[in-house]
Structures are given as C-alpha cells and as structure tokens.
Design a binder for this molecule. Structure first.
Ligand code: ABU
Length: 379
C-alpha cells in the first residue's frame, strides 16, 4: 500500500498538502502570550475582538483558493480543515479567552516528520484547540495506513505562571539583555512549542528557540525524535526581538541551499553546522513592503516575503509582489510561481504558514554527514 503520510524535508516533490481556511476567523485575543496591536495606531488603541468582517474573510479565502488551484494544476492533492467555530470562548479550569483565532495557518499546529504526524503543544490560549479542524484528516490518514504514527505533544497549562508578566512592556535595554539569554513571554517550566518553529532537513530538524518555543519544548522534541535516529538542533537568531516561527528567518529551498534573513543572522557559531556540510546560506532581498506598510491587523513582519512554499527542489511559490525575490530565485535556478497572498497576511502568515505538507516524495536523507553533534543528555 502506498504511504499516506511521508514528508522528510521542506523541498521534495509535493504530493498532498493541507491549505488553511479563513472561514469563521476571529481577531486573535489579547492574552499573556500575545499582545496584538493595530499597526500605526495611537498607543493604547484597543485591538478588535470577535469575528473578523466577512469582507476580510472573503478576501483571504479568495487568495487561499488561488493557492489551491495552483497546487492542483501542479498535480498536488489539496485537503482543507474542517469548519470550526472560532468565536467560541475557551475555558479550562486554569484560564479563559473570549474567542479563538483561525484555521489559516495549519503549519503552526501540525508537522509531518516521515510517517509521523505531531500536533504541537501550542503556546497561546486562543490557539489551545486549534488542532481540532485537522483531527478528521488525521483520523483518515491514521485509519488508512497502519504505518502512520500520530503524536499529540503534552498540553501546557497556559496558566498565568506559564508566562512572563511584563514582557510586552519591557523597555528596549531590558529586551536587548533578555534577548541574548533567549527569555521571552513564555517561561521555561513547561514543554511549549509551535510546530512552525521547526524546519525539516531530512535526518536533521532545526528548531528555533523563540516566543512560541522554549527550551523544555526543544528538550521534549529531542527526547521524542532522537531515539528514532533524528538529530534536533536548536537555532538562535539573537537580533530578532520577537521571534516566532522559523519560516520567515531560515528557509531551506533544496539540498545545500538556505534562504536567510539579513536582519536576523544566526547566533555566532551556529552557521558552522551548515558551512562544514557544504550548505550555502543566501540572504533574501529586502521585502517590497516595509513593516509600517504591512496590513493593519497583521502581527507578522515584512519578512513574510520569504515565507515561500516549495512544490519541488526546482519549483517555488512566492507572493506576487516580491519581484526582487523572484529574480533572485530565478538566478538560483528555480521556476517561480507568483500568486497574490497579501490578504492572508493578517491571519498570521504567508504561503508556507498557510499550509501543512502531508506527503512529499523521497526518504530520510543525511544532509549533514560532518556533524559535530550534541548527544541527547547534553542537549
Ligand atoms: N508566523 C510567521 C511570522 C514570522 C515573522 O513575523 O517574521
């Protein structure tokens, strides 16, 4: 029987993928793990709550439909999340939030590593139940193929104690000091990670320590994945004051080539792993849109420009306005498929974020034969 779930990296030829949906999306709630703000608004202006306007939902859905059509035209099977009422509050014995967020970015919640599907712990209260729209699909894969493994990571408490009070108001000097010790809005007591802080390179998984993934989360991933012969490498980008999700910072495009973010260099010494294994790190060009010109309710950075989706090691989908990036990818030998995606930005991501690849061709390869590897216990 053909494998239903198989994906070892970010670039092999894509066969099946989940594309998110903006149906019933809400504004992300203000909570200890997230203080969303309206771009260019006067300080103190309250961020809206509840359901997003239908017009904004329709505009994002139209662009997501464009992505679906393009993928299908390339022979990729596309699946979608189940409907979910994001306007429902979340109440556990420990916390409550008035509404949830959306199902636009499955990448944040779900990851495929070989034949295993992992549901992340998540780091924010409004996203606690965001695995639900994908459960029917997971059951389908799991029932259809006995080789499929399905793991749900431990759910964190999301109590007030799990968060660092005051993080959002830290003055610049404190932020600078804490940033170098990689202390953000989540503390280190519980296992916390969002799936989008990981990037898959065959046998090696890179994980960014961030506002959405802590050291305990990385330790859990090491203990879970390393007995299977994988290697989990924490990565750090100390000039990113609000790091969340690796796919606007460090984006592998094919074996031996990573697109990097010039504003967010790797921590000193971490580039060695790549350079000693003949990987080339190429800086992405300046995005066409400055941070101040990003959509009003978008909480992500201008570097959504580099949040591209690979259909194969030679074909990449990129946002239509990012012409300098298209030109660079073209020179590097890629066929670029530009599509409009700006209306999706306010839902937390661009093309890579809005997808979760379930099946790509190819097996687990070792792209880092010369690895100076930290054994599990020392991780
Ligand atoms: N969800 C990805 C956002 C990353 C960034 O703002 O750079």
């Amino acid at each position: 029987m053909a494998a239903q779930v198989n994906s070892w990296n970010e670039w092999d030829r894509l066969e099946e993928i989940v594309v998110g949906s903006a149906d019933d999306a809400c504004y992300e709630p203000t909570e200890p793990g997230n203080h969303p703000h309206i771009r260019n608004a006067a300080p103190g202006t309250a961020f809206p709550t509840g359901r997003k306007p239908q017009e904004a939902i329709d505009a994002a859905n139209a662009e997501l439909a464009g992505l679906v059509a393009l993928l299908e035209s390339q022979g990729v099977r596309v699946r979608r999340p189940e409907p979910h009422d994001y306007s429902k509050p979340v109440r556990t014995p420990e916390f409550s939030v008035d509404n949830q967020y959306c199902g636009v970015c499955p990448r944040d919640v779900m990851i495929t590593i070989g034949s295993e599907i992992i549901e992340a712990t998540m780091s924010r209260r409004g996203r606690f139940f965001e695995y639900e729209p994908y459960r029917k699909l997971v059951y389908e894969y799991w029932n259809a193929d006995p080789a499929v493994r399905w793991t749900t990571a431990p759910k964190p408490s999301m109590t007030d104690e799990m968060y660092r009070e005051g993080f959002w108001d830290w003055p610049l000097e404190k932020r600078h000091a804490e940033m170098h010790s990689f202390e953000f809005c989540i503390t280190q007591d519980e296992v916390i990670f969002d799936a989008a802080d990981m990037s898959r390179f065959g046998r090696d998984i890179m994980v960014q320590e961030s506002m959405t993934t802590n050291r305990q989360g990385i330790q859990w991933l090491k203990r879970h994945l390393e007995p299977q012969g994988l290697r989990v490498h924490p990565l750090h980008f100390p000039l990113d004051y609000f790091p969340s999700h690796i796919d606007c910072t460090f984006v592998p495009l094919r074996p031996g080539l990573v697109l990097t973010n010039p504003d967010r260099p790797l921590s000193d010494g971490e580039e060695k792993l790549f350079l000693t294994n003949d990987w080339e790190l190429v800086e992405a060009p300046e995005p066409t849109t400055g941070n101040d010109e990003m959509p009003t309710y978008c909480q992500s950075s201008k570097w959504l420009s580099m949040n591209v989706l690979s259909i194969s090691p030679t074909k990449v989908i990129a946002e239509e306005r990012e012409k300098p990036l298209h030109d660079m990818l073209d020179k590097l030998g890629f066929e670029v498929f530009p599509i409009p995606f700006r209306n999706v930005f306010e839902y937390g991501g661009s093309l890579h974020c809005a997808t979760w690849d379930v099946r790509r061709t190819g097996d687990r390869e070792d792209y880092f034969p010369n690895v100076d590897y930290q054994p599990l216990a020392e991780g």
